[in-house]
Design a protein. Structure first.
Length: 471
């Protein structure tokens, strides 16, 4: 009996040792994946940053950078949120405070734009970690590795990591909010998800409705009882409301209006409604925008009391009138933004980084009036190298988007068979929100925060015979 007992103890100890070895390998595998991908991604981003800082410093900024930089300077030096560069430094409600608050301490440390871009490279590496962790939890290590690679070497993700703009920061926050909200049965995680979703809206207003959307996804996640789902959804909404309340309250105190930002009304009128009117009448969008401005001016003048947010509300009312007058046509135009966001090869970004000379007339003119004829003319005026880069990138985007469609179908079919639909709920749900919020005018920059979710779905669509399983 003693011999048998010793043998059983030895077998149990060997079994425990074998299990510990397997567990060690399981933990080391993801670390090894992230280390390899992270080192390569860091090298690529540093090369781009150094090249821009040396040869083309203007490539570190886009059209929004100057405004954000001035807001941060005024916050740091004058403790006022204003885009004005000289007195009286009128308060501003066009931008939200998240990204200027991020720039404020970096400016205080004496960092210029290249220094800020270096910090953003670190945030872009955090995006890789978040992508890998979320996809591994929902789909598995193989899919996490593929998705992480697609995010690491996506040209727009690389370029916006070194651009002084909020895209990389809001991407990290969006991923964090989705990762926290998708935790099974984790009520504190839902509260944190609400805070993070509120912060993402303060960085970029496109995330303003993210918290209600994530709450709806919590209710669709059938892995837990309805009571638990409802608690998570409610706490998420509460946390987001508490996070956003100070900014709403500030705007009410300053402007007498309970509103988030004036950029909502501006975009809705001068892009959404203007694109609709230009497509409907066949006129250039610039002409339509001038006409809308004149109509708006008449309305706000007759209304009397004016300020930035009151004018923004008037913009929203006028835009809704134009849109609701032709709802079907606008719906089709709005849906057009989906493939545009997924497939735009980034003409503006390539021109900015490489200093390409592009046509003086805008791409919106191409889309709004005689698209085919103007599109050919527009493309013929682009430099050959830029056209080549755009074509190669477009082909890659088509391939990844195709795989994402396959992955979406596979996940939905698998969920229907097994009764476990949490992966498509969270991955597809987060992507659909962003695609719908962009509107009729998509663009490469809008794809940056949605790309991790596109990459995750594409990873699910890659046939297993194309990818050697990790050890």
């Amino acid at each position: 009996m003693g011999t048998n007992a010793r043998e059983r103890v030895e077998m149990d100890s060997r079994h425990l040792f074998a299990l510990s070895e397997i567990d060690g390998r399981d933990q080391a595998g993801p670390r090894k994946d992230l280390l390899r991908i992270g080192v390569l991604a860091l090298a690529v981003r540093l090369v781009v940053l150094l090249a821009l800082a040396w040869r083309n410093p203007a490539g570190l900024a886009n059209g929004d950078t100057a405004g954000y930089w001035t807001l941060a300077e005024n916050l740091r030096l004058r403790r006022i949120f204003s885009r004005a560069t000289e007195p009286p430094f009128a308060p501003d409600a066009f931008r939200t405070p998240g990204y200027p608050a991020f720039l404020w301490p970096l400016q205080g440390l004496g960092l210029g734009m290249a220094g800020v871009a270096a910090i953003q490279i670190l945030i872009s590496l955090a995006v890789l970690v978040l992508t890998y962790g979320l996809v591994k939890k929902l789909l598995g290590r193989r899919e996490a590795r593929i998705a992480c690679l697609l995010v690491a070497f996506d040209p727009m993700s690389v370029l916006y990591a070194v651009t002084v703009a909020p895209e990389v920061l809001v991407t990290a926050l969006l991923l964090g909010a989705v990762a926290l909200a998708s935790l099974r049965g984790n009520v504190p995680g839902a509260f944190l998800a609400g805070i993070v979703s509120g912060l993402s809206a303060l960085v970029k207003p496109m995330a303003l409705y993210l918290a209600p959307w994530l709450s709806a996804l919590c209710l669709l996640d059938v892995r837990q009882p309805l009571r638990e789902q409802s608690r998570k959804a409610g706490l998420l909404l509460l946390a987001a409301a508490l996070t956003l309340f100070p900014w709403f309250f500030r705007n009410w105190r300053v402007y007498g209006v309970w509103h988030f930002t004036s950029i909502q009304g501006y975009n809705l009128l001068y892009y959404n409604a203007a694109v609709l009117e230009a497509a409907r009448t066949g006129r250039p969008i610039s002409e339509v925008q001038d006409e809308l401005s004149a109509e708006l001016e008449q309305r706000v003048e007759s209304a009397g009391l004016r300020n930035e947010l009151r004018d923004a509300l008037a913009m929203e009312r006028l835009a809704r009138e134009k849109i609701f007058a032709h709802p079907v046509r606008y719906g089709l135009l709005h849906l057009r933004g989906i493939p545009t966001s997924l497939l735009d090869p980034g003409r503006i970004e390539w021109a900015r980084v490489f200093g390409f000379a592009n046509p003086h007339w805008g791409f919106l003119e191409v889309l709004s009036a005689a698209p085919q004829r103007n599109l050919v003319r527009f493309l013929r005026e682009l430099p050959a190298l830029q056209l080549g880069l755009m074509l190669c990138y477009l082909l890659a985007l088509l391939a990844v988007s195709g795989l994402a469609c396959v992955g979406m179908w596979r996940l939905c079919v698998q969920g229907a068979r097994t009764g476990s639909s949490h992966a498509p709920v969270w991955l597809l749900g987060a992507l659909v929100y962003q695609l719908l919020i962009v509107g009729p005018i998509g663009g490469a920059r809008f794809r940056v925060p949605m790309w991790p979710f596109v990459a995750a779905l594409a990873a699910a669509g890659v046939p297993r015979r194309w990818q050697r399983e990790g050890s």
